[in-house]
Design a protein. Structure first.
Length: 541
């Protein structure tokens, strides 16, 4: 509201100031032009009359008589003036001592007439008038007011050339202009104040209900679904309040229904999962006994026993994933934090995945970017191990026999792990759904390993618990990449990932992983011995 009032006052001030300036200019021009027309008409008549009377004077060489004649002419000229003016009778050139003295009336002084005006009057001769704006000093206040001087040469029976000048004071016009300016200034100030008051009232009338709506919306967003707006009157704001309350009621009903449905679904999944554990355990024990004794069966029964054993294992994995998702949905998942060497953890995961990679015809590599900060982070080892195993196994499964890289890089605030394959890849749309529950890019494609479709969803929840990020990238025919970024400490956040997506690295940094961790080949800049000792201490602790 304060901003609206401020800008309203500012814009009103600028607008009224511009309008007042234009109007004052127009009024000033009109007043001065009107007064100029009046004094010009009177000066023309007065100077013509003066020339006629000076020409009718009797020639004389007596200075006293000449002074008297000039005084009589001036008296007659003053009596014929309709507008206040000052008169100056001055010599136009310097030729020694003049025969008569310069004369002035109306309190004007000789300095008002400039040398330029005298020169123009002297050069043009009689019966030609000249005018020039002048500045007249008020003897009482000492202020300078505008004026105009009219002049012409007059015939006198003296050796020098003399000029008669009428000086008109425009102080009354200036007073009128100042008065008009003050009126416009007062009016502009009143308009600015009035508009600011109107803007404040309108803003308060409009913004206050909007602010209340924003506050109620925030409370509804915080879970207080019973909050409503107070509706007063029948104007547009009141109609907005009614619509808002109706919307809030509808949202409350829908959210309550969805919450109840979600709770029912969570309870159903949890109950079914728990109820299935007992019979599944029995079935698993029976299938294991049959599987161990499969050599005694005929080929058909032997194959059936193997299928039963593998499907029961997949069923157990699915049930475990469902139980884990039910814990996430119920908000019961907690972290068992400890300082973990993520480099050693990645090495364990990669080593364990070598048989799967060999079966898929893929080579598994580790890529450790140069980092002087180490790879120790405060995490839940079990959950991070589960994330990495899921990412590595998925990469091997989709690699189509091409290499799979596990890339590590750290910064002072975070550790990034990327799993990169060069297999079938994903489209942009598939990347946007890859973390959805039970989603597959190609549901009809045969799978070489068991999977519930919940692995990446569980990985996302585990990452969220660690306040980290899990991102995916893919391009058809060029492979895909999943990047996990974890903060080093749970009480400290990070601003950016040390690794790009997908990461860039040279082939000379790749180290092939085999079933024996001591046979990892390739150059490495990481202090593996030191990290291994930390890992052993962690295991012993």
């Amino acid at each position: 509201m304060v901003r609206a009032v401020f800008f309203t006052g500012l814009l009103t001030l600028v607008g009224t100031g511009l309008i007042a300036y234009i109007l004052v200019q127009q009024v000033t021009t009109g007043l001065y032009q009107e007064r100029m027309d009046q004094v010009e008409a009177e000066a023309t008549i007065g100077l013509a009359q003066a020339i006629s009377e000076f020409a009718s004077m009797s020639p004389t060489t007596d200075t006293t008589e000449l002074e008297e004649q000039v005084a009589d002419v001036e008296s007659s000229l003053e009596g014929s003036a309709a507008l206040p003016r000052g008169t100056l009778l001055l010599p136009l050139e310097e030729t020694g001592n003049p025969q008569i003295m310069p004369r002035s009336t109306g309190g004007v002084i000789e300095a008002v007439i400039s040398d330029q005006l005298r020169s123009e009057v002297l050069a043009s001769g009689p019966e030609v008038q000249h005018r020039q704006p002048v500045a007249i000093e008020d003897p009482e206040t000492g202020e300078t007011v505008p004026g105009v001087a009219f002049g012409t040469s007059v015939p006198l029976s003296v050796p020098q050339s003399w000029g008669l000048f009428y000086v008109y004071d425009f102080s009354s016009v200036q007073d009128n202009v100042n008065f008009v300016f003050r009126v416009f200034l007062t009016a502009a100030g009143a308009i600015v104040v009035m508009n600011m008051l109107i803007a404040a009232w309108v803003s308060r009338s409009v913004v206050r209900p909007v602010s209340q709506a924003a506050e109620v919306s925030e409370r509804i967003a915080d879970g207080q679904l019973d909050q409503r707006l107070a509706v007063v009157g029948e104007d547009e704001i009141a109609r907005l309040g009614v619509s808002f309350n109706r919307m809030a009621s509808t949202l409350q009903e829908q959210i309550t229904q969805l919450a109840n449905l979600s709770k029912m679904q969570q309870r159903f999944v949890s109950d079914v999962s728990h109820e299935l554990r007992t019979p599944l355990t029995t079935v698993s024990m029976a299938s294991s006994m049959l599987y161990e004794s499969r050599e005694e069966f005929d080929p058909v029964s032997q194959r059936s026993t193997e299928l039963l054993h593998h499907q029961v294992e997949r069923f157990q994995a699915l049930l475990a994933d469902l139980l884990e998702m039910s814990r996430f949905d119920a908000g019961a998942a907690e972290l068992a934090l400890s300082d973990v060497d993520l480099w050693a953890l990645c090495e364990d995961v990669a080593t364990a995945a070598v048989p799967l990679a060999e079966a898929a015809g893929a080579e598994l590599y580790m890529v450790v970017q140069d980092s002087g900060d180490g790879f120790i982070a405060e995490v839940d080892r079990r959950r991070i191990d589960r994330i990495l195993r899921n990412l590595v196994n998925n990469a091997i499964e989709h690699s189509e026999g091409r290499p799979v890289d596990v890339v590590l890089k750290s910064s002072p605030s975070s550790v990034a792990i990327a799993v990169r394959d060069y297999g079938v890849g994903m489209t942009t749309e598939e990347v946007s759904h890859v973390f959805d529950r039970f989603w597959r890019a190609d549901p009809a494609r045969a799978r070489t390993t068991g999977g519930s479709g919940l692995g990446l969803s569980i990985a996302t929840e585990d990452t969220r618990l660690h306040q980290g990020t899990l991102d995916a990238w893919g391009e058809k025919g060029k492979g895909s990449c999943f990047r996990l970024v974890l903060p080093r400490r749970q009480d400290q956040s990070f601003h950016s990932s040390p690794l790009g997506l997908p990461p860039s690295y040279g082939d000379h940094q790749r180290m092939q992983v085999s079933a024996d961790p001591e046979t990892i080949t390739g150059e490495i800049t990481h202090d593996r011995v030191n990290e291994q000792s930390l890992y052993q201490k962690e295991q012993e602790g």
